[in-house]
Design a protein. Structure first.
Length: 313
């Protein structure tokens, strides 16, 4: 495989996937639907391998709202992202994304899957990674002369790189960027087509605490200043807590939705788990969730070990 093909294969896996459309074509949204929620779930449920991961989920996400999907491993957090993309059908209930059935409005969605490490020898530049989010699905050789479209594309790439604060290293090979720098560039890639909804699957995974806080603040700023709705899967609520508008907490096949102060409480989590759970606030403001047995140790950066069989997060 030549270097260009290898580079394209390495980075295009981060772009929004093209999901086959198996649903009836949705009607064009009208003026009456202008205030409709960006994401709406009503009594939604999902099954994987014959096992119900969660059910009875009711959720409404408005424009410019930041929502976190939380819970321990194996409860189907990443599966919820797949449902919103139309990659996995809901087993029950109703799901609407941008006023349409899942999968029918993916051109208006930015998607960042679970992070994959780049080979340190990969020479493709950060700016090229971002541009692949704009034209990575196009075929052919670029025309050798400038055009209005190419100038507009170049300006948009520069714009989102500046938006995420990556201008200083965007021309550096992606393999030589730090984890936090790579994540900023990948967020820029997901934003380059001006999405109305941004789906982030564990974007803070494998980052140290300072970078977790920096990326969380970046996503919160983009969400509230740019009016992009964000759904983020996370293990630890603390880095993003102060930026959140809404929380979806999955556990034991059920779900609790609402504001952080409504959901992350001893009463709500005790009801969700069916066992005593206590939510404490440390002196530095971080939340600590404790209970019996081991399962309620929820907000730690704990991951499944290879071969554990818990691949539905």
């Amino acid at each position: 495989m030549n270097p260009i093909a290898k580079a394209r294969e390495a980075v295009t896996s981060h772009s929004t996937p093209t999901i086959p459309n198996t649903e009836p074509e949705a009607t064009t949204p009208t003026a009456d639907s202008a205030n409709a929620p960006v994401v709406a779930l009503r009594g939604a449920a999902v099954r994987v391998g014959g096992r119900a991961l969660w059910s009875g989920v009711d959720l409404r996400i408005g424009a410019g709202e930041f929502t976190a999907v939380l819970g321990p491993n194996g409860v189907g957090k990443s599966t919820m992202i797949k449902v919103l993309l139309g990659a996995l059908p809901a087993a029950a209930g109703d799901v609407r994304v941008l006023g349409a059935r899942p999968g029918q409005a993916n051109d208006r969605i930015g998607y960042l899957p679970q992070r994959r490490s780049f080979d340190a020898t990969l020479r493709i530049r950060g700016i090229d990674v971002v541009r692949l989010g704009l034209d990575g699905d196009r075929w052919g050789v670029p025309l050798p002369f400038p055009s209005a479209r190419r100038r507009a594309d170049r300006a948009r790439v520069d714009e989102v790189i500046e938006l995420v604060g990556a201008s200083a290293y965007a021309h550096r090979p992606i393999g030589q960027c730090s984890g936090g720098e790579q994540q900023r560039l990948l967020i820029a890639q997901a934003l380059v087509r001006r999405p109305e909804l941004l789906l982030l699957d564990e974007p803070l995974d494998s980052l140290d605490l300072p970078n977790q806080g920096a990326v969380a603040a970046l996503v919160g700023r983009i969400c509230h200043q740019e009016g992009v709705s964000v759904v983020m899967v996370a293990h630890d609520v603390n880095p993003i807590l102060h930026h959140l508008d809404r929380v979806v907490y999955l556990a034991e096949g059920g779900a609790a939705t609402g504001t952080p102060t409504e959901v992350i409480t001893s009463e709500t989590l005790t009801r969700l788990y069916g066992t005593p759970v206590e939510v404490l606030r440390a002196s530095d403001g971080r939340l600590v969730v404790v209970g019996q047995p081991e399962a309620p140790a929820l907000h730690t950066d704990r991951h499944d070990t290879p071969g554990s069989g818990h691949d539905a997060r």
